[in-house]
Design a protein around this ligand. Structure first.
Ligand code: FAD
Length: 393
């Protein structure tokens, strides 16, 4: 049987689904609910990023892996994204003297990660939402209050003088990120477990611009400058620049107060990257923003009866060092749709989702935390061990 949108799906139940948050996970979730015949209202705090001059927020680019690719393939968008994504076939490690060493991710099957622009990926997902008649996107809608039991939601327009809008839904899906307002209501319910940890490391984004229209470093790698207690990484962008992320303890950030302290620090630790970033640009970008905090969140259950569900960072925010936050959020959607397609009663569907998901979500939060140590510290030792092994062979 075909649903109203002309798409496959046996279960044609006309539920009104309110998806809160039109980020990477929310827009993907909206597509999947709509493709199964539900009426979806997709509410987003920010303006429509497709018309925004500047999009503020988190990382400019992301590593897309198999989990994310599978979810994008399920809605017919994988090839569109891969067409412009930049394959990263391994890590390129930079030592303090400027020597580099390549560690290929998968020499046997050539599997790799892809660097994708956050904005572009979000835009492609939103365009796909626009193509379905049963999705309505509401931008400039900030969820202010929500009653999960009654299924009622109140949004405020964050623009000056913006009015409040009250609405209702059969199912509320919170895809509103690490500081989710929907989750805040779940936290109040008995039996809901929740923990969060802020790590003592912050991050700041810098840029290695294109030079004469080309990349200044080999593009098909995730570049890492591991330095024990801190590190820098760089991912390639389509415009041939690199987005550089400097991660280090907040107390180290706070010791760098002047231009000369900053340049000395870079000369000592990232001597090869300094001329590529450019001294003037480095000083401007470094002092322009404060280092951002990173939080890791575990909670469960992810649902409330047949009335509410949280997905993505709202359910399991993690530190970014495993490159899996978005990928795991997209995998939530893959799992959810697999269970939805079994056409069970909705409360059972959501309960099964929590049951099948929480252990993997907890594990990936732990792996992300572990990989921070691996990347900044063990990468050095690992490359050393590898060299010893190769020498021995
Ligand atoms: P978000 O992207 O946070 O989207 C939430 C949306 O909800 C936003 O659009 C927001 O405006 C909206 N919203 C929030 N509150 C409200 C409200 N009250 N009302 C309405 N709307 C609201 N992951 C990877 O897989 N690979 C990577 O390489 C990677 N790199 C990263 C690098 C950094 C520096 C960081 C910080 C994260 C990285 N991540 C990476 C993680 C990834 O960014 C997140 O896991 C992903 O963005 C989660 O998507 P989401 O849609 O769940 O949440």
């Amino acid at each position: 049987r075909q649903d109203a949108a002309g798409l496959a799906g046996e279960e044609v139940r006309r539920r009104r689904v309110a998806v809160v948050g039109a980020g990477l996970v929310g827009s993907l979730a909206a597509l999947n609910f709509a493709r199964r015949g539900n009426h979806v209202d997709l509410y987003e705090y920010r303006e429509d990023i497709r018309h925004a001059l500047v999009v503020t927020g988190r990382s400019i680019n992301l590593a897309l892996s198999q989990r994310g690719r599978k979810a994008l393939a399920a809605v017919g968008l994988e090839q569109k994204i891969l067409a412009t994504a930049i394959p990263m076939r391994g890590r390129m490690l930079h030592d303090t003297k400027g020597n580099t060493r390549v560690v290929i991710y998968d020499p046997c099957t050539q599997q790799c990660l892809y660097s994708v622009g956050r904005r572009q990926l979000n835009e492609v997902l939103l365009d796909a939402c626009d193509e379905l008649p049963n999705i309505t996107c509401h931008f400039n809608h900030k969820l202010a209050t929500v009653n999960l039991r009654e299924g009622s939601l109140e949004f405020r327009n964050p623009q000056p003088g913006g009015e409040a809008i009250t609405t209702s839904a059969d199912l509320i899906v919170g895809c509103d990120g690490a500081f989710s307002s929907v989750r805040q209501q779940l936290v109040r319910l008995p039996g809901f477990n929740y923990s969060q940890i802020y790590i003592e490391t912050g991050y700041l984004e810098l840029c290695i611009p294109a030079e004469a229209g080309d990349f200044q470093m080999p593009p098909n790698y995730l570049h890492i400058w591991p330095r024990d207690s801190f590190m820098m990484i760089a991912l390639p962008n389509q415009d041939r620049s690199f987005t550089v992320t400097l991660s280090m303890p907040f107390d180290m950030f706070s010791k760098i107060q002047t231009k000369s302290q900053l340049l000395d620090f870079f000369r000592e630790n990232f001597g090869d990257a300094l001329p590529l970033i450019g001294e003037e640009q480095l000083v401007k970008d470094f002092f322009k923003t404060k280092p951002q905090h990173l939080v890791s969140i575990k909670c469960r259950p992810y649902h409330y009866e047949d009335k509410a569900l949280i997905l993505g960072d709202a359910a399991h925010a993690m530190v970014p060092y495993y490159g899996q936050g978005m990928n795991a959020g997209m995998e939530d959607v893959t799992l959810l749709t697999e269970i939805l397609d079994r056409q069970l009663p909705l409360d059972e569907t959501l309960a099964q989702f929590t049951e099948k998901r929480w252990q993997d979500a907890f594990a990936i939060c732990d792996l992300a935390m572990y990989n921070y140590v691996e990347m900044r510290d063990l990468t050095k030792r690992w490359s050393f061990r590898l060299r010893k092994f190769v020498d021995t062979v």
